[in-house]
Design a protein around this ligand. Structure first.
Ligand SMILES: C[S@@+](CC[C@H](N)C(=O)[O-])C[C@H]1O[C@@H](n2cnc3c(N)ncnc32)[C@H](O)[C@@H]1O
Length: 224
C-alpha cells in the first residue's frame, strides 16, 4: 500500500476528497461519479495483481483508472460512452463467460434523480418508488453472479431517497434482491461530504421543514 493512502478498517468510510494522488480517476464532473478511494479500498482487500475487475456501469471510468493503476485487468461497460475504452453494453446482459471474473464493482443509479444519457435502456430513468426499478437492477445482479468466479466478491453502491416528503429505503429494498444471489460480507456507510446540499442553507431548511439531509450512501460487499 502506498504510504499516503488509507486502507479503511471500520464500516464508516469517510474520505475528505473525491480523488487521491496526482492522477485523475474518472471525472469529478460526471454526475454521480464514485469516489476513487472507495474502489481503491475494495481492490486492495478483494483482488490481487493480474485479477480481472469488471464494472457494468462504469460512467466516467473511475474503476478503469483505479484498477489499471493497481495492475489489475479491467473491463468497463456503460450505455453512456464517455471514453473510448468503455464498451457500450446494457448491464442486464454482460458479454462475458460464466465464472470468469475476480471482482465486480458497480455504482448503480439510485432512482431517476440524474439524467445520465438519452438511452431508453438507462435504469436511471426509473423511479426507485416503482418495483420495476428493483426488478431491472436485479437482472444486473444475476448477471454479476453469473460472471463472478465462485467465492469472489463484489461491491455495490446505492443510496436511499427522500423526495417530495416521501422516504424510500432503496438500500434495504435492493439488499433483499441481492441476497437472492450473494452472501453478505459487510455493509459500509460512505459519508457524503461532497454532496451539493451540504451547505448552511440546506442545513437550515432541513431543520425548518423537519427533514434530514442524506448523510451517507451504502456500500454493500457480498460474495458469490
Ligand atoms: C452512478 S453512475 C456510475 C458512476 C461511475 N462509477 C463513475 O465513477 O463515473 C451510474 C451509471 O449507470 C449507467 N447505467 C444506467 N443504466 C444502465 C444499463 N442498463 N446498462 C449499463 N449502464 C447503465 C449510467 O449511464 C451511469 O453512467
Amino acid at each position: 500500500m502506498s504510504k499516503d493512502l488509507i486502507l479503511e478498517s471500520t464500516t464508516l468510510w469517510d474520505f475528505p476528497t473525491q480523488n487521491y494522488g496526482n492522477m485523475p480517476h474518472g471525472n469529478n464532473k460526471y454526475n454521480g461519479v464514485t469516489p476513487a478511494f472507495v474502489i481503491w479500498n475494495l481492490l486492495q482487500r478483494y483482488t490481487k495483481e493480474g485479477d480481472l475487475v469488471v464494472d457494468p456501469m462504469c460512467g466516467s471510468g473511475t474503476t478503469i483508472d483505479v484498477a489499471t493503476e493497481l495492475n489489475r485487468k479491467v473491463i468497463g461497460y456503460d450505455l453512456n460512452i464517455t471514453r473510448p475504452e468503455i464498451i457500450k453494453n446494457d448491464s442486464r446482459k454482460i458479454p462475458l463467460a460464466d465464472n470468469s471474473v475476480d471482482f465486480v464493482f458497480i455504482d448503480s443509479p439510485y432512482s431517476d434523480n440524474i439524467k445520465y444519457s438519452e438511452d431508453s435502456r438507462c435504469i436511471g430513468k426509473i423511479s426507485c418508488e416503482r418495483t420495476e426499478f428493483y426488478d431491472e437492477l436485479e437482472k444486473t445482479a444475476s448477471e454479476i453472479a453469473r460472471i463472478l468466479k465462485p467465492n469472489k466478491a463484489m461491491g455495490w453502491v446505492i443510496a436511499d431517497q427522500w423526495v417530495k416528503k416521501k422516504f424510500t429505503p432503496v438500500g434495504f429494498l435492493m439488499w433483499q434482491r441481492l441476497e437472492k444471489y450473494f452472501t453478505p460480507i459487510e455493509l459500509i456507510c460512505l459519508t457524503r461530504r461532497n454532496q451539493t446540499s451540504n451547505t448552511p442553507i440546506w442545513h437550515s431548511r432541513a431543520r425548518q421543514f423537519n427533514f434530514y439531509l442524506r448523510g451517507f450512501k451504502y456500500l454493500f460487499i457480498m460474495k458469490k
